[in-house]
Design a binder for this molecule. Structure first.
Ligand code: BEZ
Ligand code: FE
Length: 303
């Protein structure tokens, strides 16, 4: 290293030190810790890649577009966090796997609080296009005892790969809220989930394309399960055999969450109804962790 290099390194370090020190008077210890670390890592990143002025301009323009696209219906910032794996990293740190409990995964932007209450065996599809799918299972504690009265929110995309909220108008399809029964059991009709593209017509889509990455998520059905005394579970089940299981755009797949969706044709369904044509069946037994540690990543209003 020449003495000029050494002087440059010292000048750069002095900028970082000064900015870190500027938070020294912050009253909230946690805030100070987070901001100091953020500055150190951000500066280290800029030095690591020797960030050019043009790249800084491009990054600001990119984040500005992310902000302009974000509103009540579209959350491009969460999408950015998702495709950078930050959402899954945060899930993994805050809802670490607990022995025997069902694993968590990313929450996503398509949950709607206050979805219609559905009776056991009811149909959450409500006209959403797709192959009918019977979903059933139980909610249990890690000791195997049933959890009655657990609140089970479910939501999914239709066979065209869209959630109801992505259509114009106010349709409610492919989502519902159920309760587990006295034996912990639950059951409902829905449609077989389909793989879909995350919203890719904005800056996050460009980031993926430029990175040689795809926007697809493997087919999945979202669950959020809450019950007093248990850690809230935010998860999905994925369809076994889906072609995108090994390249989920948001890194949400865990092996333990991949389930067989068995194809049936005609006959009598588990609820006793006579079926014509193709339908699917999946069984998903949910195990809730005790409420000791902190919870997943759903936004405040979903808690
Ligand atoms: C979802 O599964 O609904 C989702 C998750 C992350 C980004 C986009 C969609
Ligand atoms: Fe989804």
């Amino acid at each position: 290293m020449t003495s000029t290099d050494t002087e440059q390194t010292a000048r750069e370090q002095a900028v970082t030190d000064e900015v870190v020190a500027s938070f020294a008077e912050a009253k909230d210890d946690r805030y100070r810790e987070v901001m100091e670390s953020l500055v150190r890592h951000l500066h280290a990143f800029a030095r690591d890649v020797r960030l050019t002025q043009e790249e800084w301009d491009a990054a600001i323009a990119f984040l500005t577009r992310v902000g302009h696209l974000t509103d009540d219906r579209r959350q491009e910032f969460i999408l950015l966090s998702d495709v950078l794996g930050l959402s899954m990293l945060t899930v993994g740190m805050n809802a670490p796997p607990q022995q025997d409990a069902t694993e968590s995964t990313v929450f996503g932007p398509f949950f709607v609080d206050g979805a219609p209450e559905v009776e056991p065996g009811g149909d959450i599809a409500q006209g959403a296009p797709g192959i009918p799918c019977w979903v059933s299972g139980s909610v249990r504690a890690t000791d195997g005892s049933p959890v009655p009265g657990a609140r089970i929110d479910v939501w999914e995309a239709d066979e065209d790969g869209f959630y109801d909220v992505q259509y114009e108008g106010n349709r409610t399809q492919g989502r519902g809220r159920l309760r587990s029964g006295a034996d912990g059991g639950y059951r409902f009709w829905s449609v077989r989930p389909s793989p879909y593209s995350i919203p890719a017509d904005g800056p996050v889509g460009e980031l993926l394309a430029r990175g040689g990455r795809g926007p697809m998520r493997p087919a999945h059905l979202h669950f959020m399960v809450t019950a007093p005394g248990f850690r809230r579970l935010v998860t999905h089940i994925f369809v076994d055999g889906d072609e995108y299981l090994d390249r989920d755009a948001v890194f949400g797949v865990k092996d333990s969450l991949v389930y067989a969706f068995t194809e049936r044709n005609g006959g009598t369904a588990p609820d006793g109804s006579a079926r014509e044509g193709v339908w699917n069946e999946v069984s998903f037994d949910i195990v809730l962790a005790p409420e000791a540690s902190s919870v997943g990543t759903a936004p405040e209003e979903a808690r």
